[in-house]
Design a protein around this ligand. Structure first.
Ligand SMILES: [Zn+2]
Ligand SMILES: [Zn+2]
Length: 217
């Protein structure tokens, strides 16, 4: 979806009525006229309140239909298809303007996710914890890919994953469980455990925690 939006952002649509640049908006869930979908998640709309179509529309709709409303010029992305869309108020679309900055932020998050996912393939061979750790600590990444990352943790066998994973707040309980199991395995591989009092890593056979000094059973 994001890639599509970025392509749309490069399209320039001008209103034939006022020559203003059309604004990319999220499409309303239903076709206002006949209840059908627009067939597009996004619409380019003239939001210029001085647009002649919009100004004249108020009188026209009142005379024709006896109701309050006007028209906004609308075009479908990736096409020259255009409509006069009926709107009940001046603010009908101001809440649906595509937030480009937010989309770019989402997009860079998405790019980083894609890169990390691509890195999973040979991360064990490269002994590179990076991609798996990146995916596991990004709750917005695809759950499928994060499960793959969790499945590689024990093979990566890197103690340094424990601190960031323990500090991460997982939103998916099954993923959290998989991570906990992997941590358990990594600790066992290194003959280590976590101190139950201070959570620092200590030797599995230690009687005293070297960090907090507590006696261990
Ligand atoms: Zn216009
Ligand atoms: Zn301790």
């Amino acid at each position: 979806m994001l890639e599509r939006v970025l392509v749309y952002l490069e399209e320039e649509h001008l209103c034939p009525h006022c020559r203003s640049k059309l604004t990319l908006c999220h499409a309303p869930p239903m076709h206002v006229g006949d209840g059908l979908g627009w067939g597009s998640e996004f619409l380019f709309i003239c939001l210029n309140d001085e647009c002649p179509l919009f100004i004249k529309g108020w009188n026209f709709i009142e005379e024709q239909y006896g109701r309050v409303g006007s028209y906004r010029h609308m075009e479908l992305p990736g096409s020259k298809e255009s409509y006069n869309m009926m709107v009940a108020s001046k603010h009908a679309f101001t809440g649906s303007i595509v937030d480009i900055e937010a989309l770019c932020r989402q997009n860079s998050r998405f790019q980083a996710e894609q890169e990390a996912a691509a890195g999973l393939g040979d991360c064990v061979a490269r002994k590179d914890l990076g991609p798996a750790l990146h995916l596991l600590t990004d709750n917005a990444a695809s759950l499928e890919v994060r499960r793959q990352a969790a499945a590689l943790l024990a093979q990566l066998n890197d103690l340094s994953c424990i601190e960031p994973l323990r500090s991460h707040k997982f939103t998916d309980p099954s993923l959290e469980h998989a991570v906990n199991m992997a941590i358990k395995e990594i600790l066992a591989n290194h003959f280590m455990r976590e101190c139950p009092y201070c959570m620092e890593l200590i030797k599995a056979r230690a009687n005293l925690c070297k960090h907090c000094g507590k006696e261990l059973e």
